[in-house]
Design a protein around this ligand. Structure first.
Ligand code: SAM
Length: 394
C-alpha cells in the first residue's frame, strides 16, 4: 500500500538500522534519504500516493485566490526592485508575490521557480498574460543553478531574490495532496510527487520506519514533546492496517491522548489546534527534505545575486529561521550533520554564535528579524508565525 511499491526486506532492514544508529536530526534525515533515493523498485499504480493525473490542475483552483502572500509590503520594501531589473521568485506558489512585483514595477522580469507542477502551470498562465516578463522554471532549489545555466543566466547577475518557504495554501487546500489534517485524503504530502513518483510519501514514512526513527523525525521537525508516545501509537495502529489517509493518521495520533486534550493546544493566535498538527508538520518537512532544500536555496541565492543585489527570506517556523539566520551570519552549514536545529538541543554551532560575526557575503538590511503587524495577521492568519530576513549581497 505504500507509494514506492514493494520493498526488499533487506533494504527495509538497512533502513531501520541506519536510522536507529543515527539519532541526530541531520544524520537521521540524510541516512534515510540516501536509502530512499536508492530505493526505486516496483512503483505500482495502486500505490496510495500515485500521481493524481495531469499536471495542469490550475483550472480546479481558479475559484479563489490560490494563496494570499504574507508580509507583502515588507518584502517589497526590502527588495527595493527598480524598473527593468531581473528578479528571482524562488517559491512562485500561487504567484502572489510575483503578481505584486509585476504590477508595481515596470519592465521587470521575474524568473518564477517552483518544484510543484501545479504552481508552474499557474506561472505559465501568468507568463501568457505578461508576455516576456515571467519565465516559469519547474524545479527544486537544489536544481536552480542548473536551470539558470540552461537559460544562459550567469551567476552573479540577478538583482533580487525572494524565498517564501514552506507549502502554499493551494497545496494545503487540495485534499488529494494529503498536506492538511483537516481534509481527508491520501497521506501523500509530496510537493513534487508527480515529477518524482518513486519519491517516498508520508504514508511510506509512517508505515515503514521503526518507532525510534519516527520519534526522531517528530522531535526534530515537529518539536513534538510527545514524539515517543505518538510514534508508539503509529506503530501499534499500523499492525492492524497500514495508515494511508490523513484522517486516519490524525485519529491514530488523537487516540493516544485523552479526549479532553485533542484540541487543547493553542496556536500563536490562541486558536485551538489539533494534537496531530506538529506530527503533520514534521512529516511534511521530512518527506520534502525541506531543511536541506532551504540550505541549497540560500546557497543558490548567494551564487546568483549580483553584488548589491537583495535577498528576502520568509520562514514559518523556528527550524527554518535559525538556518537562515546562521547562513546570513556566515556560518558554514555545509556539514549540516554537526548542527541541530532543534531549540532544546544545540549542536557545535552554538559556540560559534557567541560574539559578533559577519558574513563576507551578506550585509543585513535590518539587524532584527522582521515580523508581521498584528492587523496583517488578523487578515491572513497564515502569517502568524512568519519571520522575514533581508540582506544585501556584498
Ligand atoms: C509559501 S508557498 C509560496 C507562495 C507564494 N509566495 C505566493 O505568494 O503565492 C511556497 C511554495 O514554494 C514551493 N517550494 C517549497 N520548497 C521548494 C523547493 N525546495 N524548491 C522549489 N520550490 C519549493 C512550494 O511548492 C510552494 O508552492
Amino acid at each position: 500500500m505504500q507509494c514506492s511499491g514493494a520493498t526488499p526486506s533487506e533494504t527495509i532492514m538497512t533502513l531501520h538500522l541506519s536510522v536507529r544508529f543515527n539519532p541526530m536530526l541531520r544524520k537521521t534525515n540524510l541516512a534515510v534519504w540516501r536509502l530512499w533515493r536508492s530505493w526505486k523498485l516496483n512503483l505500482h499504480s495502486s500505490t496510495v500516493c500515485a500521481s493524481s493525473g495531469s499536471l495542469d490542475k490550475s483550472e480546479e483552483l481558479s475559484e479563489k485566490p490560490p494563496h494570499t502572500p504574507v508580509m507583502l509590503k515588507e518584502m517589497l520594501h526590502y527588495l527595493d526592485i527598480q524598473p527593468g531589473q531581473v528578479v528571482l521568485d524562488m517559491t512562485f506558489g500561487g504567484g502572489g508575490h510575483t503578481k505584486a512585483i509585476l504590477n508595481m514595477v515596470p519592465e521587470v522580469t521575474v524568473l518564477a521557480l517552483d518544484r510543484d507542477p501545479t504552481a508552474i502551470s499557474l506561472a505559465q498562465q501568468l507568463a501568457k498574460e505578461h508576455f516576456g516578463r515571467v519565465k516559469p522554471l519547474l524545479g527544486r532549489f537544489s536544481e536552480l543553478e542548473a536551470l539558470l545555466s540552461n537559460m544562459s543566466i550567469k551567476p552573479g547577475s540577478i538583482d533580487a531574490v525572494l524565498l517564501d518557504a514552506g507549502c502554499s495554501s493551494m497545496q494545503m487546500d487540495q485534499a488529494e495532496r494529503g498536506f492538511a489534517l483537516s481534509k481527508d485524503g491520501p497521506l501523500d504530502m509530496r510537493m513534487d510527487g508527480e515529477r518524482y513518483p518513486d519519491m517516498p510519501c508520508a504514508a511510506d514514512v509512517v508505515n515503514t520506519l521503526d518507532q525510534q526513527a519516527l520519534a526522531s523525525i517528530l522531535t526534530a521537525y515537529g518539536e513534538e514533546r510527545n514524539a515517543r508516545k505518538i510514534a508508539s501509537a503509529i506503530v501499534e495502529a499500523r499492525r492492524l492496517d497500514p495508515i494511508t489517509r490523513t484522517h486516519q493518521l490524525a485519529s491514530v495520533v488523537a487516540g493516544s491522548f485523552p479526549a479532553g486534550v485533542i484540541y487543547a493546544r493553542k496556536d500563536r493566535l490562541h486558536r485551538s489546534s489539533h494534537v496531530a498538527t506538529k506530527t503533520f508538520q514534521a512529516l511534511r518537512i521530512f518527506v520534502n527534505d525541506e531543511l536541506n532544500e532551504l540550505h541549497e536555496g540560500l546557497r543558490a541565492a548567494q551564487a546568483t545575486l549580483r553584488p548589491g543585489g537583495r535577498l528576502c527570506v520568509l520562514t514559518f517556523h523556528s527550524l527554518e529561521d535559525r538556518l537562515v539566520k546562521r547562513f546570513l551570519q556566515g556560518d558554514d552549514l555545509s556539514n549540516l550533520d554537526q548542527y541541530s536545529f532543534s531549540p532544546r538541543k544545540q549542536g557545535p554551532g552554538k559556540e560559534k554564535l557567541v560574539g559578533k560575526r559577519e558574513s563576507v557575503y551578506w550585509l543585513p538590511l535590518r539587524k532584527k528579524v522582521i515580523t508581521p503587524e498584528k492587523e496583517d495577521v488578523k487578515e491572513n492568519p497564515r502569517g502568524r508565525s512568519a519571520k522575514l530576513r533581508a540582506a544585501l549581497r556584498r
